[in-house]
Design a protein around this ligand. Structure first.
Ligand SMILES: [Zn+2]
Length: 297
């Protein structure tokens, strides 16, 4: 199995893990049901030659390979935390809901922990600039991401982020906007104006590895265009629905004009890494604050 970045080695295949699991029951249309997919769990290869990678001269790094910035060592890691629904669950909640939900109280505690322990929330643009050596990253940087455009994020996460002056990226499914469980356009606008990043997550949450190239290109292009035209912004970042990608999908994301893409592979970002295979750490409903703290470097 090849992923186009020689220093990344596919190691373990996780079976039966579906990103955004609760999506299947709550999508606005029955046709949006998403099959269980098999994300590939990647671990970085040894980083002895981080500037160029094995067998590759530093000067010939591909566009997908970030240079190592001065002062950023292979021991520095920037966690990208991944959230979906932010709401309270009943005692009999399903395993699926527990996987893809965090309570408002827990999120509040987690954001408070970050603030009190010197973690600075940064945008994906800042992360990429920092990893490429064009900007200085804070010593303890963390990226917060929220997937799918759930209305519970607007109601329960946005006020907490604003209160602490923290920033986050919201991956929005363009055709979901306006449905009752999801953001309205006005909410997306307000989130963006609150200093958050609005990013792409396809038109209808399609698992891109199951589509033709033309369909993949349409999902990437039409969702980006819809957000950009309605909001007057540039959509530069993308998350693979259900964490599903392969070489062709990664190439299509690059060609569609996105600057980065996140997976659901559970690792911290270490140099060097492809900006189109950024790993993320999921926070679950049952995670204690101690569990949360252990995810952080
Ligand atoms: Zn999703």
């Amino acid at each position: 199995m090849k992923h186009g970045v020689s220093r990344w080695l596919p190691l373990i295949v996780l079976l039966g893990v579906a990103g955004c699991g609760s999506q299947a029951q709550q999508s606005p249309g029955a046709s949006l049901l998403t099959p269980t997919i098999t994300p590939v769990f990647l671990l970085p290869a040894p980083l002895a030659n981080p500037a160029g990678g094995p067998g590759r001269a530093a000067s010939s790094a591909t566009p997908s390979a970030l240079a190592v910035a001065p002062g950023v060592t292979v021991t520095s890691a920037v966690p990208i935390l991944m959230y979906h629904q932010i709401k309270d669950l009943p005692a009999n909640a399903s395993a699926d809901d527990l996987t893809w939900t965090v309570s408002p109280k827990s999120l509040d505690a987690q954001l408070g922990f970050l603030a009190e322990n010197g973690y600075a929330t940064i945008s994906l643009d800042q992360l990429l600039d920092g990893l490429a050596g064009r900007a200085t990253l804070p010593p303890k940087a963390v990226v917060l991401t929220f997937d799918d455009g759930w209305k519970t994020q607007y109601i329960n996460a946005l006020p907490l982020l604003k209160q602490r002056k923290q920033t986050a990226t919201f991956y929005v499914v363009s055709s979901y906007i306006g449905y009752s469980a999801y953001f309205s356009w006005a909410m997306v606008q307000e989130i963006q104006e609150s200093g958050m990043t609005i990013a792409g997550h396809t038109v209808d949450h399609a698992s891109l590895t199951g589509l033709s190239l033309a369909q993949v290109e349409r999902e990437l292009r039409d969702s980006k265009t819809a957000l950009e035209q309605k909001l007057g912004l540039t959509v530069a970042h993308f998350a693979y629905p259900n964490g599903a990608y392969n070489d062709a999908v990664v190439e299509a994301v690059k060609h569609a004009g996105y600057r980065s893409a996140t997976t659901i592979n559970p690792l911290s970002v270490k140099n060097p890494v492809s900006p189109y295979l950024l790993p993320r750490l999921r926070v679950s409903y049952q995670a204690t604050l101690a569990d949360f703290a252990k995810k952080l470097p």
